[in-house]
Design a protein around this ligand. Structure first.
Ligand code: ADP
Ligand code: MG
Length: 217
């Protein structure tokens, strides 16, 4: 369960303010987050991931109090629990698709790049239909392929919470549905909670719940 209570957040030197009075997301739920540009969707995902510190209130994930963690604890929390798909993919150009997918194992000494992890990379890439591209660099791939690499990277650590920020924004309708199918099937396999920001109304039928951040939450 993800539980936000009386959360208040604002950026320094910006008039934007986010207020979440009481938002509960049960474990394993597939939720879409919608709302106009600038309403705070990305900010909400960053708060849940503990990337941004709240000014007031509480954010609890399972039994953990995200708002009370030190930087070290937050880092461990993210590595163990969170899979993040960024709006702009954030792939490293000088790494191959395989190296990009396995990046969490390079940046964290808490994760062991063993055969099981290599195997998960291969299996995910096959499920995503990019297994033939694993030795290519991002510049040699289409937008849809790059996005699938970034989704595989978010999933390779078997996260309990998948936070996907407009992961289909640059894709055609067929690839949009494929990306959502991949996120949902992996969320089911890991029994993970899925929170996905989208502007695509056609995709909303895929979700058990829709949170509209254009309205009070
Ligand atoms: P959305 O994802 O719904 O489009 P965001 O959460 O990215 O919205 O942004 C919400 C508001 O906060 C916007 O008005 C944006 O300009 C502002 N904002 C976002 N990031 C920053 C930042 N790093 N510093 C200052 N203001 C920011
Ligand atoms: Mg955004």
């Amino acid at each position: 369960m993800i539980h936000l209570q009386n959360v208040r957040f604002s950026y320094p030197r910006d008039s934007f303010a986010l207020a979440v009075d009481d938002l509960k997301i049960p474990e394993g739920q597939h939720t879409a987050v919608i709302g106009p540009s600038g309403c705070g969707k990305t900010t909400l995902l960053r708060l849940v991931a503990g990337i941004l510190p709240i000014e007031q209130g509480s954010i609890n994930v399972q039994t953990l109090s995200v708002h009370e963690m030190s930087q070290n604890e937050l880092q461990q929390f993210r590595i163990k629990n969170i899979g993040l798909v960024f709006q702009e993919f954030e792939l490293l150009d000088y790494l191959t698709a395989r190296e990009n997918i396995l990046l969490p194992y390079r940046v964290s000494s808490a994760l062991l790049l063993d055969e099981a992890a290599q195997g998960r990379c291969e299996t995910l890439a096959a499920t995503a239909g990019i297994d033939h591209l694993l030795d290519r660099h991002p510049a040699e791939m289409s937008q849809g392929e790059r996005q699938r690499v970034s989704i595989c990277r978010a999933l390779v650590t078997n996260p309990k919470i998948i936070l996907a920020d407009e992961p289909t924004g640059n894709l055609d309708p067929e690839n949009q549905q494929k990306a959502v199918d991949l996120l949902k099937s992996e969320a089911n396999r890991c029994e993970a909670t899925l929170l996905m920001v989208t502007h695509e109304h056609d995709l909303l039928l895929n979700f058990e719940r829709v949170i509209n951040m254009g309205e009070a939450i």
